[in-house]
Design a protein around this ligand. Structure first.
Ligand SMILES: C[S@@+](CC[C@H](N)C(=O)[O-])C[C@H]1O[C@@H](n2cnc3c(N)ncnc32)[C@H](O)[C@@H]1O
Length: 873
């Protein structure tokens, strides 16, 4: 017969209750399986034999209706144990109670106390006892919670604390429970050996606490176990702290934080969806997804799970950052084709021959949302005709084969975005073209325009005009015609690539062939350099290296070379390089050799070594002395030295003095370079003459100044003639011929000047000189020493009789101005100064620009424009 179990009795204690009975009750409170085990295991050995216990136990268990697993080794009869319990004397019970430490009082006292404290419970119990048949032993009531109960409640607490977080926490609790069960089993085994109050040794309070507050280690474990299921996108790597907080930048835009492989985290439906979604040719962005992110997904990700057309509202346009960068110089931009020379005839003939009746392409109107018509199968398109009103029934909006018309409309707007391209310098390939907007596959980017020439003209230009140039802009058009983009559109700057993003196609627009640069099959992104495959069979005379940088680069601006060709080329190239190197080395050796020989001729054009000048000077003085041997001049000089006057010849006496005349202003300008000589000067300069046309009576220049002016201008004049010409070799006029000169006698230069009539003879001062007339700088001129010696000679003469003031302007031009006699001396001084300056230049080493200031003492601050003077080494 079963007895109803009042839950309150489990907590209350009766006189008959004991520690042992507690165990029994606790066993009853457990689930069925454990109950039997616990009951059996927790029952202490009886005084009865084990066999009878087992037998009676079996008998008693039957009616209770509880499933009891038979234990092979030991089983205990609860009923027997209960009876026995009742028969135990109070002393024994009190002893046990005191051992248990649950209360300090004896069991009897305890029982009595409890009875008085809980009369209701006792009354209830008595009523219950009354309802129980007398033959049944009173049910022992536990006054203390069983170990298992407590463990369970602790586990419950644990799970209530952490349970919501994870099942794993529960698992941890379960493990603890098992541990406790093991401990308990051990304990009961010990009890089997005799009651030793081992139970009391278990610190249940501590255990409870331990379970309530898991250790740090346990916490860590829990956190570890709590970590969410692995995500497809690896979590950011946490670096060892450097003590400094580093900012973590997001690498990309919208898709940051998404997994790299959305499939693994996507639901079946969204996986399917993402497969259906067409991958954008223009974007590398991963497909949107909803994954188990550590944070809530942004709203846009929700939108992205739904399939819909996605249109970027506007094309991204990057205005040029190279606006002020280097721009091509020799480029005349021409945006329309121009027929040149015989190309016109070819064009006409071609037009006549091709004047076929046009037919309609017959393409159908595209359905709503289907894009453009006149696609791949358009008849016009396949024949390289552009559709127009004449050959296509579709509207311009619906037709997809009107590239040039579209381009025309775009360019009409003239905006930078509409043009969409810009020229910029590339690193190693000259100029190139960059897209400053995106172009979808097949879009026309620009037209290749220029001069349309015939093939014959093309060959001629190649050999005569562009020979030796690095860049050619010749593009074959059609039917023996070529577009020369030298004067053409921006398309001429498009470089070659072995993996291009554009292609060049010819199209007949209204019967006229036009070349266009079209975006390739992958389109063109903003900022990309436009390229197409030149596809040269042979690019110019030499093979040019290709610097396109594509992985499949062919290496050269030509069709791919065979292995043999490549080997041959490499051999030739290495030979050529070796030759160039040898030449360079030879030059260096020669220079070193020349330096070792004393620096002679070691310099380059414009440099004169000191040794050269000294040698030249010496040689020329000797030659001059030789020339003048027996000359009138030599005689005169000798006469001066000796003090014996020179006897004048009859011829000389006959020479009439020219009539003195005065001009208001006669300015003769000489370049210092003309004075000091071309081999020293090295730059173009002129000798300017300026004279007032109005002649006024002036003093005729004295023979001395005439001679001086002659000498100076002669140095310029002779320079126009080759040095070895008869004029320069002719002996100088005799003294008799020059001083005094007959009025009619005029010194005429040995050559005709076309642009200037610088007067060199006295009578010529009467001539009206064109104002600012200039004598071009001679290409060859007397050497420095020649000029210097002349200057030395001329100076005293001028000092005594010159009528001109000579000044030197910024452009190293000597200006001779007619001035009162008191200033004449200065000319001589100046020339001396020139000589001095030359000397200083030689000593100082550098004289780069003819420039000077003159004061009473001579030329100051002079630097002479005959290049660098000094030791070239
Ligand atoms: C039609 S032009 C292109 C524009 C040219 N870069 C310029 O500055 O005028 C062709 C020339 O550009 C150079 N070039 C073009 N593509 C090149 C490449 N991939 N590698 C090396 N040079 C290239 C070659 O000198 C070639 O002769």
């Amino acid at each position: 017969m079963t007895r109803p179990l009042d839950p309150t009795t489990r907590e209350s204690s009766t006189t008959s209750s004991s520690a042992l009975s507690n165990i029994q009750v606790a066993g009853g409170a457990m689930d069925d399986d454990n109950a039997s085990e616990a009951a059996a295991a927790s029952t202490p050995p009886t005084s009865l034999g084990d066999a009878s216990s087992i037998a009676s136990g079996k008998d008693e268990a039957g009616p209770s209706g509880r499933a009891k697993r038979a234990r092979s080794s030991v089983n205990y009869n609860l009923k027997t144990l209960s009876d026995q319990q009742q028969e135990e004397d109070a002393g024994q019970a009190a002893k046990r109670r005191s051992i248990s430490g649950l209360t300090g009082r004896t069991l009897v006292d305890d029982a009595e106390g409890e009875r008085s404290a809980k009369p209701k419970a006792a009354a209830k119990k008595s009523s219950l006892t009354e309802s129980i048949p007398a033959d049944l032993p009173p049910r022992p009531v536990s006054r203390q919670q069983s170990v298992k109960d407590r463990v369970k409640s602790v586990a419950g607490k644990v799970s209530s604390v952490l349970g919501k977080r994870s099942r794993d926490v529960m698992e941890a609790g379960k493990r603890k429970l098992e541990e406790v069960t093991v401990k308990k089993t051990k304990l009961l085994k010990e009890l089997e050996m005799g009651p030793r109050g081992v139970l009391d040794e278990i610190d249940l309070e501590a255990l409870e606490e331990e379970l309530e507050r898991p250790s740090k280690k346990a916490k860590k474990e829990v956190v570890k176990e709590e970590a969410p299921a692995p995500m497809t996108q690896p979590l950011p790597v946490i670096k060892a702290s450097t003590g400094k907080r580093e900012k973590k930048w997001q690498k990309e835009g919208l898709y940051v934080g998404q997994t790299a492989n959305p499939d693994s985290t996507q639901s079946g439906a969204s996986r399917k969806l993402s497969k259906q979604r067409p991958s954008s040719a223009m974007s590398d962005a991963p497909a949107p997804m909803t994954s188990k992110l550590p944070f809530l997904p942004l709203p846009m990700f929700d939108y992205m799970t739904k399939q819909r057309d996605f249109v970027i509202p506007y094309d991204v346009f990057a205005p040029s950052v190279t606006k002020h960068h280097q721009k091509p110089r020799d480029w005349t931009q021409v945006n329309k084709n121009r027929l040149i020379g015989d190309a016109k005839d070819i064009w006409k003939r071609r037009a006549q021959a091709k004047a076929l009746p046009r037919s309609l392409c017959g393409c159908e109107q595209p359905a709503e949302g289907e894009g453009h018509g006149c696609g791949e199968w358009c008849l016009n398109r396949s024949m390289q005709y552009e559709c127009s009103e004449e050959n296509c029934l579709l509207s311009p909006e619906d037709c997809g084969n009107r590239a040039f018309a579209e381009l025309g409309k775009r360019l009409e707007k003239k905006g930078a975005y509409d043009v969409g391209v810009e020229v910029l310098a590339t690193g190693n390939r000259g100029f190139g073209v960059r897209a400053c907007r995106a172009f979808t596959p097949g879009d026309i980017v620009m037209e290749y325009t220029g001069e349309i020439i015939s093939e014959g003209e093309c060959q001629r230009r190649m050999h005569e005009v562009y020979n030796g140039k690095d860049n050619y802009y010749l593009m074959e058009l059609d039917g023996g015609l070529v577009i020369d983009g030298t004067k053409g559109s921006m398309a001429r700057f498009v470089n070659h690539s072995c993996e291009p993003n554009c292609e060049v196609r010819m199209c007949l627009v209204g019967g006229t062939p036009r070349m266009g640069v079209f975006a390739g099959e992958n389109g063109v992104k903003t900022g990309e350099e436009l390229t197409y495959d030149y596809n040269f069979d042979n690019f110019g005379q030499t093979r040019q290296r290709c610097y396109c940088g594509a992985p499949s680069c062919r290496g050269f601006l030509c069709a791919r070379l065979s292995k043999d060709e490549l080997k041959k080329w490499q051999k030739e190239e290495s030979e050529r390089l070796a030759k160039v190197q040898a030449e360079a080395e030879k030059k260096v050796r020669d220079a070193a050799k020349a330096k070792a020989e004393g620096g002679k001729k070691a310099g380059w054009r414009g440099w004169v070594t000191l040794g050269d000048i000294k040698d030249d000077l010496k040689k020329e003085l000797e030659a001059k002395a030789e020339r003048e041997k027996g000359s009138v001049r030599a005689a005169r000089l000798e006469a001066r030295r000796s003090g014996v006057p020179l006897k004048r010849t009859a011829e000389a006496v006959e020479v009439k003095q020219p009539k003195r005349r005065r001009t208001t202003k006669t300015v003769v300008e000489f370049s210092v370079k003309d004075v000091v000589g071309d081999d020293a000067a090295g730059a173009d300069d002129g000798v300017k003459e300026e004279a007032s046309p109005s002649a006024s009576p002036i003093m005729a220049p004295e023979p001395g100044i005439d001679q001086a002016v002659h000498e100076i201008t002669a140095s310029a004049d002779t320079a126009i003639e080759p040095k070895d010409s008869a004029a320069t070799k002719a002996p100088p006029p005799t003294t008799e011929a020059r001083e005094p000169k007959p009025e009619s006698s005029t010194y005429r230069p040995t050559h005709k000047r076309t642009h200037s009539t610088l007067s060199t003879g006295t009578s010529k001062f009467t001539e009206a000189l064109p104002s600012n007339s200039t004598i071009s700088r001679p290409t060859t001129a007397p050497s420095v020493s020649e000029t210097l010696s002349k200057a030395d000679e001329v100076a005293p003469l001028l000092a005594s009789s010159a009528t001109s003031l000579v000044s030197l302007n910024e452009d190293d031009v000597l200006t001779i101005d007619e001035e009162p006699a008191k200033k004449r001396r200065k000319f001589g001084e100046m020339l001396k100064g020139v000589a001095g300056a030359v000397g200083r230049g030689l000593g100082g080493g550098v004289g780069t620009k003819g420039k000077g200031k003159m004061d009473g003492k001579g030329l100051k601050q002079s630097t002479l424009n005959f290049g660098k003077v000094g030791n070239a080494a």
